[in-house]
Design a protein around this ligand. Structure first.
Ligand code: GLY
Length: 482
């Protein structure tokens, strides 16, 4: 948890931002529901608890069963939760009181959980607007639905709430205010992301060392995830590790490391305060790339480097994505896999056949930071429209870069037989793809290379105290000596 002042300041800024959304007396209430315990099977056997990220950001409390409100008209705050009783003490031991927790985060008031229900129903009956964020977890969805008497499906929709007596969906005003704050990382957050990146570095080092012919993918995953638990909170998302790297999010780890194949490892860790890291590296299972692998690897590596060199305040990440798509197509053209005018290939979205995802996403408390609040609110400026093309349309962070943004830089090239067949059948490539040559790549797999990047005042910095080896020669050298 950060110092008390951090949470007080964040809520004050939020209050100021929300003051711009309506006249005094009409602003309403901001409602935050923290996560509850989620049973794995019987009620006492819960999944490991993870707090809802915006609740963590504004209220800092990393425990289940809390909620909070800010009265946007008079600034009054209240933290809701129950003090433990004797049954809880038997199982959990003595716990600090809710009022002492409220004091720790500088919240003006605290009250038992049930008071939230009466406060909200009273506020609704007075015609006050209740601003809430779209819930990602089912418990929170049901809780908001029952508090406000609205259908659960509306809890996950977002619309402007200003001027309505009773919110019938999540509040666009609150979403925009929260996104504008969480997008620009504070110094204390960057320190935590650097820690998460250090853990990510250690977990990926474990993966690279474990990538030896005969090893089981599952063993490597187990050792990597052990690192995250011994150094931090655990993984920031389910580890992707597979020799079938052409499947973008491959979570099956049943194969044996086989010489001649490529192993794609996309994994990250959370620091103990829940800030994320997210790295990808791709290794030659024999310890050395074949020429064919290296040709593709070098293209991806050059795109990763180009994105980093271009990333600075003022440029849009959409333009960086397009520049890397162009570089990728030039590289693929030199190998005879595509043909045609590069500008035409870029505008026709030919790169999407090879990289059907965007160049990167925001990262922070969540690995895909705030995407539960709506991808376009998070990743697009008001004057930007999301493309529909495969690849560019999947770009989750397109915004004009600003100091304090934390983003991933993760180009990739994949040979996905089903997608290639689909394009061929539908003529999607407009004659610019050499399908005969592509057949030689059907068993290639995929390569993705990912770093985490902070936008600074005049450029960018790769996060974490060390960078994982990425040049093909450096990868081979590390694998030879480990
Ligand atoms: N690195 C996993 C993801 O971006 O979804």
């Amino acid at each position: 948890m950060f110092e008390t002042d951090v949470y007080i300041r964040r809520r004050r800024v939020l209050l100021e931002k929300m003051a711009d959304t309506a006249a005094e007396g009409k602003r309403g209430i901001a409602l935050f529901i923290g996560n509850a315990d989620a049973p794995q099977n019987y009620r006492g056997n819960d999944y490991k608890f993870r707090q809802e990220s915006s609740f963590l950001y504004f209220w800092g409390i990393d425990e289940p069963g809390f909620a909070a409100t800010i009265d946007l008209d008079n600034g009054e705050e209240c933290l809701y939760g129950n003090d433990v009783d004797i049954d809880d003490i038997i199982w959990m031991g003595p716990q600090p009181s809710v009022s002492s927790k409220a004091a720790r985060i500088g919240a003006g008031k605290s009250a038992p959980a049930a008071v939230l229900d009466t406060f909200i129903s009273h506020s609704v009956s007075q015609g006050r607007t209740i601003h809430f964020l779209p819930a990602s977890r089912y418990y929170n969805t049901m809780k908001i639905s029952s508090l406000l008497g609205i259908p659960a499906e509306d809890v996950r929709k977002t619309a402007p709430a200003a001027g309505r007596g009773k919110a019938a969906s999540a509040s666009e005003e609150l979403v925009k205010a929260v996104v504008s704050m969480r997008l620009i990382k504070e110094e204390c957050e960057i320190e935590e992301i650097d820690k998460a990146c250090e853990i990510g570095y250690l977990m990926h080092t474990e993966a690279r060392k474990g990538c030896k012919p005969g090893a089981k993918e599952q063993d490597i995953v187990g050792r990597m995830e052990g690192v995250t638990l011994s150094k931090g909170w655990g993984v920031s998302f389910t580890t992707i590790l597979s020799q079938n790297g052409e499947t973008l999010h491959n979570h099956s780890h049943h194969q044996i490391i086989t010489p001649g194949r490529l192993l794609l490892v996309d994994a990250g860790a959370e620091s103990n305060t829940h800030y994320a890291s997210d790295f990808t590296r791709t290794y030659p299972c024999s310890g050395k790339f074949t020429q064919k692998q290296r040709d593709i690897y070098d293209i991806v590596e050059s795109c990763n480097e180009l994105a980093f060199q271009m990333a600075k305040p003022g440029i849009t990440y959409r333009d960086v994505h397009i520049a890397t798509a162009r570089q990728m197509l030039e590289g693929l053209k030199s190998l005879g896999l595509v043909n045609g005018d590069t500008d035409t290939m870029v505008s026709e979205g030919i790169a999407g056949l090879f990289q059907p995802h965007g160049l990167g996403h925001n990262m922070g408390i969540d690995v895909h930071d705030m995407e539960d609040l709506g991808e376009n609110y998070v990743g697009y400026d008001e004057d930007q429209t999301r493309a529909s093309q495969l690849g560019l349309g999947s770009l989750r962070m397109a915004r004009r870069l600003r100091p304090g943004h934390v983003i991933t830089d993760e180009p990739g090239i994949y040979f996905i037989p089903a997608l290639i067949a689909d394009w061929k059948k539908n003529g999607t490539d407009k004659g610019m793809v050499n399908y005969q040559k592509l057949e030689e790549y059907y068993d290639f797999g995929g390569i993705r290379l990912e770093d985490d990047v902070l936008i600074t005042a005049d450029g960018a910095r790769r996060l974490g105290p060390h960078r994982l080896p990425i040049k093909a020669d450096d990868i081979e050298e590390a694998m030879r000596t480990e």
